[in-house]
Design a protein around this ligand. Sequence first.
Ligand code: HEC
Length: 442
Amino acid sequence: MTRSHWRFLIVGAVIASVATLTLPTMAAPPNDWSGVPAKTVKLFYPGQSSYQWLRSSEHKRADRKTQKGDSCISCHEDEEQEIGELIVSGQRLEPNPIEGKQAVIDLAVQAAHDSDNLYFRFQWKTRNPYPGSAHPHWQYDGKEWKALGWPQLHKKVWGEGQPAIYEDRLSMMIDDGSVPMFAEQGCWLSCHDGMRDMQDLAPTDSVKAHPLLGKSLKKKDVRKYLPASRSDSNLSWDKTKSAEEIAQIKASGGFVDLVQWRGHRSNPVNMADDGYVLEYRLFDSGKKMFSKNWDKAAKQPKYMFDETKVGFKSRTLDEIRDTSKPSSLIAEENAAAFDPNAGWKEGDMIPEYYLTRAGAEGSAADNSDVQGTWKDGTWTVLWTRKLDTGNPQDDKIMKVGGVYTFGFAVHDDNITTRGHHVSWPLTVGVGAEADIQSVQIK
Ligand code: HEC
């Protein structure tokens, strides 16, 4: 929602409450953030520091203590810069160093709350002189539509010199104390060998043939999972517990909430996605705001841009970062049904995904007021999160006075998977003392 929408709603709520004298006044984020203290969280590049690596003898003299559950910062406090530099240089834990990669990113975090919502304001500098609002596209080669654009760690980019195109992201993992060791070791509990871009990558065929991940969840790769979902001591990707056991852990709150703001696939509709991690990184129930823009049967995109609304049907590689024009296809705003006879020329490009705010629903659509703006090299993201989303089956429910563990991550400069900068786990107190304490607003 834009600020004027908020004003309209507040005016509406005031009129309604005068009329009925029962409606509460509408919650709203602070108009002015200058009085809210900012905490700078140092995010560093983690390379392949997986759960398994951290518990191996490679993690010198720390493997046993990490197994025991000691916190990362009990040994690594203030070492973000140092660790980040070692890893981006390729000296440790990084088989694919990226030239010019920052060792750390400073994430400024401000927090406020009222009785309904937690409000965050985040700011960070991007490496590039442009926002990461572009994402992979379909490109017409004169005969067919083919994928173009990949994240930096993809071998098509570093091996074949194909263009790196991927959205920027800001992610948060949230726990309320239900996940053992999350307060001490945070996101590292969810990062394992076998995942995309990690050591010992799980072969696609084995994932597809796996009874739970392949046959039941229909996955082709391994993504984040929590220790409780596996049955062996190494927490191997394929040693999943039964679906029944996992459902029980989920019902008792043993998952972490994972929400992601996305420069291409959620920001243009003022949303962030809503997921959780347990046996996999999954989306909450309901419908998320982005879908693949592909008609499998016809082997062509489903939508193109609506020329009558935006002045073009497609774009070219030179144009996708032109921020004066929309970069995302939004079903209800600027999209038209794809027309195969629209006179396509070699090099025409259409986004691989389309968005819909109108079609997003249920728990997957909880983050419905998240706005990012990029100016002079800095993203500012304003994020409203309901304290109680009403969906305890896949969200962490927060309360005024509560303290929660958060992990923050930023994906910057056309990258995905482990190519993010991450924080140690830290606490956020909703009006309570913590690493980041939110300020109460009326
Ligand atoms: C008992 C102390 C201790 C704990 C607990 C600990 N580490 Fe370490 N860590 C070390 C030491 C010592 C090194 C090795 C430094 C070296 O090899 O010179 C290291 C190395 C690393 C490195 C490689 C970069 C480097 O400086 O060599 C990463 C990444 C890392 N630790 C992450 C973590 C994370 C994440 C956690 C929590 C899950 C954690 N550590 C817990 C002591 C610890």
